[in-house]
Design a binder for this molecule. Structure first.
Ligand code: TPP
Length: 199
């Protein structure tokens, strides 16, 4: 399974949900399919996409939050899994694209290539629903199941260590941030904004 195929398969489900990705290949690939105001690509902070997602999920229980992570990023902050489990946001789905590699910086092998089982780690941390999938069919099935279950779910999707030809896009970090913030607060571009004193 390639990550871009997996992203294409679930893309129709992302239109009315909050999406947070880690930086690098997954961000570039999702953007290449089509950026939306409800997508936030967390730059630089490996391991913290799930923490941003957790904060949004807890403060916006009315929204479903999808976090898209990489194995190297999750491995850099394994404690993020126990924090997720501790608060158990039922409106958060954590997708970890596990290519067993730090692909975005040259493809160095990660610990999942030598046996670390991230779904097992998530389960041991207390995440109530975890699954590892290796095919597009099982991935889309697991994603649909998680949407329906309405409980904290970690889906580890084993994907090929292949990625986009380039990582640079014309969406600047601050532009993404302000657009996403407006989306979250219901002040999408084009809508009238109240003066700061009335917010
Ligand atoms: C704290 C931190 N350390 C290092 C980097 C440099 N860096 C950017 S992307 C990346 C690899 C990410 O690996 P993974 O999460 O497995 O995703 P992949 O690139 O394989 O899709 C690294 C090391 C960073 N952005 N932040």
């Amino acid at each position: 399974m390639t990550r871009i195929d997996a992203l294409r398969a679930i893309y129709p489900h992302l239109s009315d949900r909050v999406v947070v990705t880690i930086m690098g290949a997954v961000a570039a690939e999702l953007q290449s399919i089509g950026h939306r105001a409800n997508f936030f690509y967390l730059q630089h902070a490996m391991g913290l996409a799930s923490s941003i997602g957790l904060g949004i999920a807890l403060t916006r229980p009315d929204r479903q939050v999808i976090v898209m992570d990489g194995d190297g990023s999750v491995l850099m902050n394994l404690g993020g899994l126990s924090t997720l489990a501790r608060y158990r946001p039922r409106n958060l789905i954590h997708v970890v694209f596990d290519n067993e590699s730090l692909l975005s910086v040259g493809g160095f092998p990660t610990a999942t290539s030598t046996g670390t089982d991230l779904a097992g780690v998530a389960a041991a941390a207390g995440v109530p629903r975890t699954i590892t999938v290796r095919t597009l069919e099982t991935f889309t099935g697991a994603f649909a199941g998680a949407l329906e279950a309405r409980d904290l779910t970690t889906i580890v999707a084993k994907v090929d260590a292949s990625g986009p030809a380039q990582f640079v896009t014309d969406l600047a970090l601050l532009e993404n941030r302000f657009q996403f913030q407006r989306y979250l607060t219901g002040r999408a571009a084009g809508k009238d904004e109240p003066p700061p004193s009335q917010r």
